[in-house]
Design a protein around this ligand. Structure first.
Ligand code: HEC
Ligand code: HEC
Ligand code: HEC
Length: 426
C-alpha cells in the first residue's frame, strides 16, 4: 500500500511538478506521524534502546527466567535492523512474536499484548519505523542463555497455549472512551506485562478484564507493579479520575509518585499521550472492580501513634532511622509534600503486601522523572551505601506500621535478597 502510494506520488510528480507531490506526501507524512504517536503509546523506545545508546538500536539487557537476553535493533537499517521487513513481516513480529527469518521471539517482547493492535495502527507503526526512524548500523547481541534452554522452538508451544490471537474488538454496551481505554491498556500500553501477575511459564495470568488476575499487581525485575483495580487500599479505589490522569501525565499526584520501572513508562510514553487518550485509559481502569488486597477496611489517616514514636525515637529502631534519614522529605505526618515529594501515609505501594518496590527504592533510589524536559527536583536518594539490611528493614517496618498504614513488617532477609539482585538507579 505504502509503495503504491509512493508510486502514485512519483507519477503525478512527473506530470504536474508544481502541485502533485503534496497530497500523497502529506498522506505519507500524516501516517508516519500517527505511527510516531503510537510508538509512544507502545513505549518501544524504552526497551529497544540501551543506556546511552541510539534510539531503537537495541542492546538493552532484559532478564528472563532462562537468563539474560538483549533487545534488538528495530531501526530501518537493512543489515542489522528491520529495514528488510515487509509490513506483513512487521505485523507478524508484533502480533505473533516471530521474526522475519522465522525464529520465535522471547515473550519479553510484549507481543501477547501487541496482538490486539488493529490493522490501521499497525500500518502507521510500520510507516514510522521505515520512514520516521533514523537507520543505525548496530549488530544484535546473542542472548546469554546456554543450550538447551536457548532453543526457541518450544516457544511455538508456549504461543499455542498462551497467545490470544485476534485484534481488539470493541465491547458492545461500553462507550467509546471505555473501548479506547481498553484498547490502549491491553494493547500498545502493555500495562499488564508488569501489572498482571505471571504464571508458572512466565505468562500473564490474564490479558483482559475477563480474567480475575488482570492488573492485580505483579513482580518483575525487583519492582512490584501496583494493583490497578478498584481495590481501596492497595489499588486505585481511593483515586478519582483527576488523580489518575495527573499520575499518567506527570508521574505524581496527592497519593503517590512514579518510581522504579514506572518512571520510564511516564517519561517515554504516557506523558506524551493526548488528553482524550489519557482520559480513556482512566475511564477503563476506573471501571475495573476491586480485586486482590487483604480485605482490610478502607484506609483512614491517623498520625497520633506515629507522632509519639517520632518524639521518642530512641525506643524504636525504625523511628531512629526515619528521623535521621527520611523525615526532612517525607515529613513527621508522613504526608510528604505531594505531588513533589511522595506521601508515605496511605500510599498504595506502602500498603501493598509485597514490599519489593519499597525495599528497592530505598536501596537504589530511582531514575529521574522528567516531565516536559524538566527533571524532578528532589528525587529519592539511594541508601544502599549508607544503611545496612537491618536498618532498611527497621525503617520500612516503621513506615508500613506508621500513620495507620497497617502493612506487614519487612525483614532484613527480604532486604538482603534485593540488595544482591538490584543495582543503583543513578
Ligand atoms: C518490554 C520490552 C519491549 C517493548 C516495550 C518492545 N519490545 Fe520489541 N522486542 C523486545 C525484545 C526483548 C525483543 C527480542 C526478543 C528475542 O530476541 O527473542 C524484541 C523484538 C522485536 C522485534 C523483532 C525484531 C528482531 O530482529 O528481533 C520487533 C519488530 C519489535 N521488537 C518491535 C517492537 C515495537 C514496534 C515496539 C513498540 C510498539 C516494541 N518492539 C516494544 C522487547 C520489547
Ligand atoms: C515496565 C513495567 C511497567 C509497565 C509497562 C507499566 N507499569 Fe505502571 N507501575 C509499575 C511499577 C513498578 C509501579 C509501582 C511504582 C509506582 O507507583 O510508580 C507502577 C505504578 C503505576 C501506577 C500507580 C499505582 C499506585 O498505586 O501508586 C499507575 C496508575 C500505573 N502504574 C499505571 C500504568 C499504566 C496505565 C500502564 C500502561 C500504560 C503501566 N502502568 C505500565 C510498572 C509498570
Ligand atoms: C531528598 C528527599 C527524600 C529523602 C531524604 C527520602 N525520600 Fe523517599 N522519596 C522521595 C521522592 C521525591 C519520592 C518519589 C519518587 C521520586 O520521584 O524519586 C520518594 C519515594 C519514596 C517511596 C515510594 C513511595 C511512592 O509511592 O512514591 C518510599 C517507600 C520512600 N521514598 C521511602 C523513603 C525512606 C524509607 C527514606 C529514608 C531512608 C526516604 N524515602 C528518604 C524523596 C525522598
Amino acid at each position: 500500500m505504502k509503495n503504491t502510494l509512493k508510486g502514485f506520488g512519483a507519477a503525478l510528480c512527473l506530470t504536474l511538478p508544481l502541485f502533485a507531490q503534496t497530497p500523497a506526501r502529506a498522506a505519507d507524512q500524516a501516517l508516519v506521524q500517527r505511527g510516531a504517536y503510537l510508538a509512544k503509546a507502545g513505549d518501544c523506545v524504552a526497551c529497544h534502546t540501551a543506556p546511552k545508546g541510539k534510539p531503537f538500536a537495541g542492546g538493552l539487557p532484559m532478564t528472563t527466567p532462562m537468563g539474560q537476553i538483549y533487545t534488538t535493533n528495530i531501526t530501518p537499517d537493512p543489515q542489522t535492523g528491520i529495514g528488510g521487513y515487509t509490513e506483513e513481516d512487521f505485523a507478524r513480529a508484533m502480533r505473533e512474536g516471530v521474526a522475519k527469518d522465522g525464529h520465535n521471539l522471547y515473550p519479553a517482547m510484549p507481543y501477547p499484548s501487541y496482538a490486539k493492535v488493529n490493522d490501521d495502527d499497525m500500518k502507521a507503526l510500520y510507516a514510522y519505523f521505515m520512514s520516521g526512524v533514523a537507520p543505525v548500523q548496530q549488530a544484535n547481541r546473542e542472548p546469554d542463555i546456554k543450550w538447551p534452554l536457548n532453543m526457541r522452538w518450544p516457544l511455538k508451544f508456549w504461543n499455542m497455549v498462551f497467545l490470544d490471537k485476534g485484534v481488539y474488538q470493541d465491547k458492545p454496551g461500553k462507550d467509546v472512551a471505555w473501548n479506547r481505554g481498553a484498547y490502549l491498556i491491553q494493547g500498545l500500553g502493555h500495562c499488564g506485562s508488569c501489572h498482571t501477575p505471571r504464571g508458572i511459564a512466565f505468562q500473564e495470568k490474564a490479558l483482559d478484564e475477563s480474567g480475575s488476575a488482570f492488573l492485580t499487581g505483579g513482580l518483575l525485575d525487583g519492582w512490584f507493579a501496583a494493583n490497578l483495580t478498584g481495590e481501596h487500599n492497595v489499588g486505585l479505589g481511593r483515586w478519582n479520575d483527576q488523580d489518575l490522569q495527573a499520575f499518567l501525565k506527570t508521574g505524581a499526584n496527592r497519593h503517590a509518585s512514579a518510581f522504579g520501572s514506572m518512571t520510564s513508562v511516564i517519561n517515554n510514553s504516557t506523558q506524551g499521550l493526548n488528553d482524550t487518550d489519557i482520559a480513556a485509559m482512566s475511564t477503563y481502569l476506573k471501571s475495573l472492580p476491586p480485586a486482590g488486597g487483604s480485605g482490610a477496611p478502607p484506609y483512614k489517616y491517623d498520625p497520633q501513634a506515629t507522632k509519639v514514636s517520632l518524639n521518642r525515637p530512641a525506643n524504636d529502631a525504625g523511628a531512629r532511622v526515619y528521623t535521621a534519614y527520611c523525615m526532612h522529605c517525607h515529613g513527621v505526618d508522613g504526608r510528604g509534600f505531594a505531588p513533589m515529594l511522595a506521601p508515605l501515609s496511605g500510599n498504595p505501594n506502602v500498603l501493598e503486601k509485597d514490599p519489593s518496590s519499597l525495599i528497592n527504592v530505598t536501596l537504589n533510589g530511582t531514575e529521574d522523572l522528567v516531565i516536559g524536559g524538566i527533571p524532578a527536583p528532589y528525587p529519592m536518594p539511594k541508601y544502599a551505601p549508607v544503611l545496612n539490611d537491618q536498618q532498611i528493614a527497621d525503617v520500612l517496618t516503621f513506615v508500613r506500621a506508621g500513620w495507620n498504614n497497617g502493612a506487614p513488617a519487612v525483614t532484613a532477609d527480604d532486604v538482603a535478597k534485593l540488595r544482591k539482585s538490584t543495582h543503583a538507579a543513578r
